[in-house]
Ligand binder design. Structure first.
Ligand code: ATP
Length: 286
């Protein structure tokens, strides 16, 4: 499995129709994928420890997907491999009145990662070019006429690209992951949520309504991904009908990015080493 096959950095076009959601990679079976994933979790622990200790770069992982594609599971999974002190998860819900009174990037900027930290966005400012575009919500939130042009989403793609470049140029890496499931798989997942009492709470009436807009969502995802994929801040389109495959691939993507960052434990100066030797002696002499 090569993560390059799933990466969109602006050089090739992403066509959602051509993208197989049921991929299983070249794993022999599910067990092999899970083994690989667990190895990555071990790697992730060490890499995060160095990222945190060095405190130079920060990482932002964005998960976007249709309902029931496995976003929550993916977030839980990434969290399982890391020291909770170094990770923050931020969920983007329907914006509050206070959030709507600001520009759409404001709430994301407030939650942007710190150096040394991994911040996970469960949904993100991409909702402002996805659900907002699908339902024309921008027309209902009191934006001035000069902003409500036919180009509003093109303008937003540029603003997002600029914001992400700004973060990247200031020492932050952004991993953008679209969990891509098929409409059939979503139906299966919804039926499970309806049939399994332990999963009933996960199902909301709105999920069925949004499913009715499937094609418009797919177009919005395709447009957003094509418009905002860059070499510095690529999108990864993760086939997600097989959750075990998706998680193995996500693990690979996160680990590769952290390896690329290459954080190191801070080096101790000779002077400090002498000081530590003195402390050592003091402790031993007690
Ligand atoms: P998830 O499916 O991510 O687990 P949820 O469905 O459990 O989340 P909700 O309380 O429904 O949680 O919040 C997510 C909802 O908020 C989604 O329907 C999403 O489209 C909506 N949302 C997020 N950002 C915006 C936005 N900027 N404008 C309008 N709706 C938004």
């Amino acid at each position: 499995m090569n993560i390059i096959d799933f990466r969109f950095d602006g050089k090739k076009k992403f066509r959602i129709k051509d993208f197989e959601t049921k991929q299983e990679g070249n794993f022999k079976d599910r067990a092999e994928a899970e083994e690989r994933r667990d190895d990555h979790i071990m790697d992730l622990q060490g890499l995060q420890d160095k990222l945190y200790a060095e405190g130079k770069e920060g990482v932002l992982i964005i998960f976007q997907a249709m309902d029931a594609a496995g976003k929550d599971g993916a977030v839980k999974y990434v969290m399982s491999g890391v020291n909770p002190a170094g990770v923050i998860v931020h969920n983007f819900k329907v914006p509050s009145a206070d959030e709507l009174a600001h520009d759409y990037l404001w709430r994301a900027m407030k939650a942007a990662p710190q150096r040394g930290m991994i911040t996970i966005f469960n949904r993100s400012y991409y909702e402002d070019v996805l659900v907002v575009k699908v339902h024309d919500l921008h027309k209902k939130v009191g934006l001035p006429d000069r902003v409500l042009t036919r180009n509003i989403f093109k303008d937003r793609y540029e603003q997002i690209k600029n914001y992400e470049k700004h973060l990247h140029d200031n020492g932050f890496r952004i991993i953008k992951i679209f969990l891509n499931i098929s409409k059939d798989e979503q139906k299966k997942q919804f039926l499970q949520r309806i049939d399994d009492p332990a999963k009933n709470w996960k199902f909301s009436d709105g999920d069925i309504v949004e499913r009715g807009y499937w094609d418009k969502y797919m177009q919005a995802y395709e447009d957003a991904i094509n418009a905002t994929s860059t070499p510095e801040c690529p999108w990864y389109v993760v086939p997600s009908d097989k959750k075990w495959f998706a998680r193995a691939l996500i693990a690979d993507i996160v680990v590769s990015t952290l390896e690329e960052i290459g954080s190191k434990y801070p080096e101790v100066s000779e002077e400090r080493k002498l000081r530590l030797a003195e402390f050592r002696k003091m402790l031993m002499d007690e």
